[in-house]
Design a protein around this ligand. Structure first.
Ligand SMILES: *Cc1c(COP(=O)(O)O)cnc(C)c1O
Length: 464
């Protein structure tokens, strides 16, 4: 028995006091702050009281409580290494920002700034002015604005253009994006009446025509961000929808979800993701996320006709959905980099998407060689070509060529993937069949040391 706890052997009455357990935690991990040790001790003792576990001895109670305290004290989100190959991984924070964007955000955060101040005149300035100019230039649009995220941009659009009135959407586009974003729910919350047209698989122009009435305020097209339809399907394309809108004098809005401001068509990416082209097709407004294909911070970007954008900016809801100064600085930096073609490679998402399989292969071979050289008994490391989705609700059905390092043998892929998550920093990998895959599309050269170290730790017999 651990003398620090001085408990008696009956599992119920054997529980130490909070104070004793806190002391033991801080003995074990001296850097743990007192608040975290106290909270961990309370939780651990409450759990032990609720469900007495005879196998829980002093040593493993201290070990468990210490791990919990460390986890409570950790600053989150915590950096991880993305070895999934999914460039826009929703659960791993979507787009990594450029170093320059992160520095701009930090500078805006640390000191005072001209956030809403016009230095030349000494008067109050426009918070969105600089950003809106850059965004409109990139988009070739009359006007532009940005708010907290794309869900907010859609909400603001609906509230501005259609509050209390009807919005027509195809049944094939009433999507759920994940993280509880559902188009019908957003519409209800925005106070508009959803008029569904067509069927799940087929919507025709006359379905829209028939649904339009005196209360119709808007025709909305929603990008099917995370699934594909094939077989007996028919959708009304944006150009046709714009024609219908014109005939009935109704605005047409597209929620593009994941949009780019640079044409990635040369790199094999689908043309539909290029937001300025969607606007040129005739939509009155297009909205999309800042942290998907654009490669910037979380934000909702809206580009389109001045009349519509101005009305959105005057909407009182815009204040509740506005960008904070850190995001604003990071987004402004990102837009400036996008305006300068020579700087596109400073944006990690663009750099990553523009890489072909051949650019990734040398990294995969280098990693495979290093892992093979550590020669853990029975573990084989091989570099192999593979395919990976872009993720983040972008480009469903579209995959990029990539290279992975496949680990087979050793403790087995299922065990290894768990152990790699326990590394510091955690390594997030994929499993397919009997292989653990480390996808090198989302690993940088400078990450390889940490990946090799994580595999090394994961293969120690004592790995937990
Ligand atoms: C991702 C997505 C959204 C939500 O965007 P956020 O920036 O996450 O709020 C809305 N609509 C579509 C079509 C999307 O793909």
């Amino acid at each position: 028995m651990d003398p620090r706890l001085q408990v008696n052997p009956d599992p119920r009455r054997a529980l130490p006091s909070v104070d004793r357990l806190v002391r033991a935690i801080r003995d074990e991990a001296p850097d743990t702050p007192r608040w975290a040790a106290t909270e961990a001790a309370r939780r651990q003792l409450a759990a032990a009281r609720a469900e007495p576990d005879p196998s829980l001895n002093d040593a493993n109670m201290i070990a468990k409580a210490t791990r919990l305290a460390e986890s409570l004290a950790r600053v989150r989100p915590r950096p991880v290494l993305n070895a999934t190959g999914v460039v826009l991984h929703t659960n791993l924070g979507r787009a990594p920002m450029a170093d320059g964007a992160a520095e701009a955000a930090a500078a805006a955060a640390r000191g005072y700034s001209d956030l809403e101040f016009d230095v030349a005149s000494g008067r109050r300035g426009d918070r969105l002015g600089g950003l809106a100019t850059k965004l409109a230039l990139l988009a070739g649009s009359e006007a532009a604005m940005a708010c907290n995220n794309n869900a907010a941009a859609l909400m603001l659009t609906l509230d501005t253009l259609a509050r209390g009135r009807e919005v027509v959407v195809s049944r094939g586009e009433l999507v759920e994006i994940g993280g509880s974003f559902r188009v019908p729910d957003i519409m209800e919350r925005a106070g508009v009446r959803l008029v569904e047209v067509g069927t799940t698989n087929r919507t025709h122009p006359h379905d829209y025509e028939r649904a339009i009435g005196p209360d119709t305020a808007l025709l909305l097209k929603v990008h099917r961000s995370n699934f594909e339809q094939s077989g007996f399907v028919r959708e009304v394309d944006l150009a046709t929808l714009v024609g219908i809108g014109r005939r009935h004098d109704l605005p047409v809005v597209e929620d593009l979800g994941s949009g780019t401001l640079v044409d990635l068509g040369d790199h094999g990416l689908p043309a539909e993701a290029h937001a300025p082209s969607r606007l040129r097709t005739g939509a009155d407004l297009v909205c999309f996320s800042g942290d998907k294909l654009l490669g910037g911070p979380q934000a909702g970007l809206a580009i389109g006709r001045a009349e519509v954008v101005d009305a959105m900016r005057r909407n009182p809801l815009a204040r509740a959905l506005r960008l904070d100064k850190m995001t604003l600085a990071a987004l402004d930096w990102t837009l400036a980099a996008l305006l300068d073609e020579a700087r596109h490679d400073e944006i990690p998402v663009l750099r990553s998407l523009r890489q072909g399989g051949g650019d990734i292969e040398p990294r995969a071979r280098a990693l495979a060689d290093r892992l093979a050289a550590t020669s853990h008994a029975g573990l084989r490391a091989e570099a192999e070509p593979d395919r990976t989705p872009v993720g983040g609700g972008s480009l469903p059905g579209f995959e990029l060529d990539t290279w992975v390092v496949a680990l087979r043998g050793g403790p087995g892929a299922a065990s290894l993937v768990d152990r790699l998550r326990g590394a510091d920093p955690p390594v997030i990998a994929r499993v397919r069949d009997d292989a653990l895959l480390l996808d090198c599309r989302t690993l940088r050269d400078e990450d390889l040391d940490a990946v090799v170290a994580a595999v090394d730790v994961a293969l120690q017999p004592a790995a937990r």
